[in-house]
Ligand binder design. Structure first.
Ligand SMILES: [Zn+2]
Length: 220
């Protein structure tokens, strides 16, 4: 990742640690001296005063992550790195890049290290680890699996969710992972004999979570 982005992430992590990793966005905003008010657009201004305006959204989980995303913008602005981050890419991609960095910081705020460590301590690197983080942070499977894959730095890690015959979602830090959404995967056990697998029975159609640590050539 790029230098200004890395600095902004490090700054945000330090600020988050300073308030004991508060996860819920309203108390976190309060602890950081940020006011959240309704507005016509989702926007963050460090000020002073630090203000986040939020459009009303009827879908509560998205509204919650929007606050984390906007707090990510506040962190970038407080670090004084907004222009430097935009400068990391070509001008036409600058705004998208800045939004991605704000979302990445938002994901670290909603899934801070202590929650991730607790999930690893309880379940190792398994499907249960992802489900534990998903429920403790109240995030999507996609968000939790990406965070776990990136946080497990010992070996490349691939986490997939599959339906009856195809892959639905993949998070992977393996450079040669061939799994993609919509890849055919009718029998995960046969394809990945060394994967930790968990089949969820609470769906009408079967769903399987697989965690593959490392990657053996014969499995690719
Ligand atoms: Zn944004």
């Amino acid at each position: 990742m790029r230098r200004a982005t890395n600095q902004a992430i490090a700054f945000a992590l330090k600020q988050h640690e300073a308030v004991n990793h508060i996860v819920e966005p309203e108390p976190l905003a309060k602890a950081w001296g940020v006011i959240i008010i309704p507005g016509k657009a989702n926007r963050a201004t460090n000020g002073p005063p630090s203000v986040i305006t939020l459009k009303r959204d009827t879908y509560a989980p998205r509204q919650r992550f929007t606050m984390h995303h906007e707090l990510g913008h506040i962190m970038i602005q407080r670090a004084g790195l907004e222009e430097a981050i935009k400068g990391e890419v070509d001008a036409e991609d600058a705004q998208d890049h800045l939004e991605m960095v704000a979302s990445y910081i938002g994901s670290l705020l909603v899934m801070p290290d202590p929650l991730v460590r607790r999930a690893f301590d309880r379940y190792g690197v398994t499907p249960q680890t992802v489900l534990d983080l998903q429920s403790s942070a109240r995030v999507s499977f996609a968000a939790a699996s990406r965070r776990i894959a990136l946080a497990h730095t010992d070996e490349p890690t691939t986490i997939f969710l599959s339906g009856a015959t195809t892959v639905l979602d993949v998070a992977s830090t393996h450079p040669r992972s061939s799994l993609r959404p919509y890849s055919r995967l009718p029998d995960p056990r046969a394809s990945f004999p060394h994967a930790a697998l968990l089949t969820l029975s609470d769906h009408i159609r079967p769903r399987t979570i697989g965690v593959i640590v490392g990657w053996r050539e014969e499995e690719a």
